[in-house]
Structure formats: C-alpha cells, structure tokens
Design a protein around this ligand. Structure first.
Ligand SMILES: Nc1ncnc2c1ncn2[C@@H]1O[C@H](COP(=O)(O)OP(=O)(O)OP(=O)(O)O)[C@@H](O)[C@H]1O
Ligand SMILES: [Mg+2]
Length: 291
C-alpha cells in the first residue's frame, strides 16, 4: 500500500497565519517552502546558522496543525538501533529462558521476534503513526554519513524493512523536516529527495516582530535598538555572531534588569548574553568604543 498524505495547509497565506498563531513568524520564502513540501509530500531540508529558528519551525508546523511531533536528535555515532528500531534483548532472553523445555525452537523464535519484543525508535515510530505527524530529524550533519543511507529508504518510500517481521509501510506520510548547520555536506542522494530551504538571519523588520512576539512586554523603542545593535555585531568578524535566540535572550535580560534603554553602560553590562567568546567580547567592546 502506498502512503498517502492529506495536505496540512490550503495555501501559502494559511501557512503564514497558522505558524503565526503559535508564535512563529515566517518570511514569505519560509511559508512558501513549507507549503510546497506539504503539497508535494517531500521532506524539507532546512540549513542555516545556529539559532535562526530551524528546529522551532518543525515544532511550529506540528503545533499549528495539531500533528504529533516525533524527533530524531542526531549525534556522532547514532546508529540504526537508535534511529530505527532494536530488539529488546533482555526481554527476549527472559522469554527464551522461561519457555525452555516446554516449547520447540521455531515457536520460540517466532515469538521473540514479534511486536512485543520490538523497541521502535523515532523513524519507525513516525512511519507507523496513523495520526498526522511531523518527523523532525534534527542536526542531520552531526550524524555519520552511513545514517543517510537509512534515511534514504525511509524518506523515499516511507517504509522500513525489519528482516524478522517484514516491511512496515506508512499509511500516512509524516511531514518530514531535516535540519543542518552545515558542519559537513549532506549527500547528493539525500538532498535530491528533499526540498531545500536556507534559513538565514531575518531582516530587521522580521527580527523586531519576532522579538516582540516572544517578549511582548518590551518597549518597541528598546526592541529597535536591540535589533540594530545585534546587526552591528553580526557585521563584525566574530567567532560566533549572535543569533535570533540571543536577541530574544538579550531582550529578556534587559527586562529582568529593568533597563529601558540600550546605552553603552547597558551593553557593557549584558554583552555576555549575546557574545559567548571572550575574544568576541573584547573585539566588540573595542569596535563599539565601550571602553
Ligand atoms: N521566525 C521565528 N519566529 C519566532 N521565533 C523564532 C523565529 N526564529 C527563531 N525564533 C526563536 O529563536 C529560538 C532559536 O531557534 P531554534 O532553536 O529553532 O534555532 P536553530 O536554528 O534550530 O538553532 P541550532 O542550529 O542551534 O539548533 C527559538 O526558540 C525561537 O524562540
Ligand atoms: Mg536546532
């Protein structure tokens, strides 16, 4: 049986509105790509620097469409047993020991390779779910290249083969979203199966609106200065430029300290919220003439 997918969104505008209703502000490019991925039933690969809203986008798609979120967090060394499924060996052993003497081996073997002894991991879980599902494969670039092979089967046919049990095919395709920080190039084979979205820092107007959505208590004038200062910092050659997440944190910090203007004194006192390397702080302090 071929997996089907009833679209989650009716139009690009609906994507924008729904995401906004759960606090995610999407640019036209983001909303259009999400709409297309949903319509074409293709996985969406979102690449971009840290803290620009890649993971949050998957969470927002799930929340705004009342879909379940299944997350595969990638890391170096992640393998099939963590990504797809594994057998519960301890329970299988107990079962074999308990039946010893009373059963023939064929019956025991059939039994221990059945559902009861299977530990589904995120990819299999997502394939088997019958309710609307967003499958987030987060930080794909951290996984070894072999894991991409596993994903190819899952993302092109929406099926998983379990030799002892047969092939499990999705009855409903999950909306799959992969994220990457580009610490390594993903394979062409994987990219070919996905729609691609490069998510960069938002333009000043969008960033203002994002900060105001996340920290509505902030005065607009303060948000303007925050966004402007963050842009100045991003233009410097730093080891790690501040992301949207840090602009939001900076806003929360100023609010907590009861500061309502971002003067030199305030920047100096709170720079650690946005710049996390000593060398970056030194450089910014000099370039902003805060000394
Ligand atoms: N468009 C947006 N609308 C609303 N909030 C946003 C948006 N973009 C980013 N954010 C905020 O920025 C925070 C960081 O985003 P997120 O964790 O998704 O970043 P990321 O791109 O996955 O980063 P990393 O590569 O480090 O995992 C989110 O918690 C959210 O509050
Ligand atoms: Mg992330």
């Amino acid at each position: 049986m071929k997996a089907t997918q009833s679209p989650l969104f009716g139009s690009v505008d609906e994507v924008t509105e729904r995401l906004a209703s759960v606090g995610y502000l999407a640019s036209t490019a983001v909303a259009t790509t999400v709409y297309l991925a949903d319509r074409l039933g293709k996985p969406l690969l979102v690449e971009g620097p840290a803290g620009v809203g890649k993971t949050e986008l998957a969470k927002a798609v799930a929340a705004s469409t009342e879909s379940g979120l299944v997350r595969l967090q990638c890391y170096e060394g992640i393998d099939e047993a963590r990504a797809l499924y594994e057998w519960n060996h301890a329970k299988q052993l107990l079962r074999i020991t308990a039946g010893q003497g009373n059963e023939d081996w064929d019956a025991t073997r059939d039994d221990v390779f059945s559902e009861e002894f299977l530990l589904p991991r995120p990819l299999l879980t997502a394939i088997r779910r019958e309710d609307p599902t967003v499958l987030l494969i987060d930080e794909m670039d951290k996984a070894d290249v072999e894991v991409e092979g596993l994903l190819l089967e899952v993302l092109s046919d929406y099926q998983v083969s379990i030799p002892e049990m047969g092939t499990v095919t999705a009855t409903r395709k999950p909306f799959a979203l992969l994220t990457s920080n580009s610490t390594r190039e993903l394979s062409e084979a994987l990219k070919r199966r996905c729609l691609f979205l490069h998510l960069d820092f938002p333009d000043p107007d969008l960033e203002r609106r994002i900060v105001l959505t996340r920290v509505p208590e902030l005065p607009e004038s303060l948000v303007d200065s925050l966004v402007r200062t963050v842009r100045v910092l991003r233009a410097m050659e730093l080891r790690k430029v501040p992301s949207v997440a840090e602009t939001i944190d900076w806003g929360r910090t100023l609010l907590a300290l009861g500061m309502d203007t971002l003067d030199d004194e305030a920047v100096r006192a709170t720079l650690g919220v946005v710049l996390k390397h000593h060398s970056d702080q030194t450089k910014a302090t000099a370039e902003l003439r805060l000394n």
